[in-house]
Design a protein around this ligand. Structure first.
Ligand SMILES: Cc1cc2nc3c(=O)[nH]c(=O)nc-3n(C[C@H](O)[C@H](O)[C@H](O)COP(=O)(O)OP(=O)(O)OC[C@H]3O[C@@H](n4cnc5c(N)ncnc54)[C@H](O)[C@@H]3O)c2cc1C
Length: 222
């Protein structure tokens, strides 16, 4: 899918009011956040009650892909054309100031608003592959092929990234001048997102060497 040139935060609903200097208009920043994330939180309203549900995500050009069971309440509601919001946050650091009040977090955060559309046919199969490649990079070629039945049991939705906003906080503590001499350590504690050492499935009957892509995953997500 082609990428949009529409600026971020361009609509009344996505214009930042609080600390607007943290707003980022560059669409590449949105793509970078979505590509670094595995999970988004989907908000929707059912019978006047808001719900927020975590699901796996993958970006495909200027759309976000979601997949779930045909039987899922969430996916039935979204596929029916309900309005939704998807929030994705990457936590980068704790910002330790000289006071609790000024202490904060560094983050990259995105919000996407819209109505998802269900994919069918070739587009659905392609989206399945894109999701697999994002969530399990390097693994698709070696997996048992997805069956017709599995594809039928799954709903795949696409959500346009047309209406979206990005807020990024990247700073050292913003203590007042008079607090700088307060006798406490201050600074940032980075939060790293990396995979641990793979643990083989006890039911793996044939010994397989650790695939090359698994050696690369720990460096993968920024
Ligand atoms: C990291 C992660 C990734 C996931 N990825 C996917 C995905 O890609 N596709 C997918 O279909 N599902 C995924 N799930 C499961 C998803 O969060 C929902 O449980 C599922 O989609 C069913 O949602 P529903 O509203 O249709 O379920 P229902 O069972 O109809 O929900 C009924 C109620 O159960 C509770 N509930 C449901 N899910 C959760 C939850 N996760 N945490 C706490 N309470 C909950 C809520 O109170 C909800 O209102 C993921 C969950 C996690 C934590």
């Amino acid at each position: 899918m082609e990428s949009s040139n529409a600026p971020l935060g361009a609509t009344k609903r996505t214009t930042l009011h609080r600390i607007p200097h943290k707003e980022v208009k560059d669409r590449q920043a949105l793509y970078q956040i979505l590509d670094a994330a595995l999970v988004g939180h989907v908000g929707f309203v059912q019978e006047d009650q808001p719900f927020v549900i975590p699901v796996a995500i993958a970006r495909d050009g200027d759309s976000l892909l979601l997949h779930g069971s045909k039987a899922s309440r969430l996916f039935k509601i979204l596929a029916s054309g309900a309005s939704c919001a998807v929030s994705v946050t990457i936590l980068d650091a704790l910002v330790l100031a000289r006071s609790a009040f000024e202490s904060s977090m560094n983050y990259r955060s995105a919000l996407v608003l819209g109505k998802a559309v269900e994919l069918e046919g070739v587009a659905k199969e392609r989206a399945f592959e894109r999701l697999t490649d994002h969530l399990l990079p390097g693994r698709r070629e070696s997996l048992r092929p997805t069956t017709e039945k599995e594809i039928k049991q799954t709903t795949i939705l696409t959500l346009s990234l047309e209406e979206a906003s990005v807020k990024i906080s990247s700073k050292f503590p913003a203590d007042e001048e008079e607090d700088l001499s307060w006798p406490v350590w201050a600074g940032n504690v980075p939060i790293e997102h990396r995979y641990g050492t793979p643990v083989p499935d006890p039911r793996m009957t044939v010994a397989h060497p650790l695939p090359e892509y698994l050696k690369e995953w720990p460096e993968g997500r920024t």
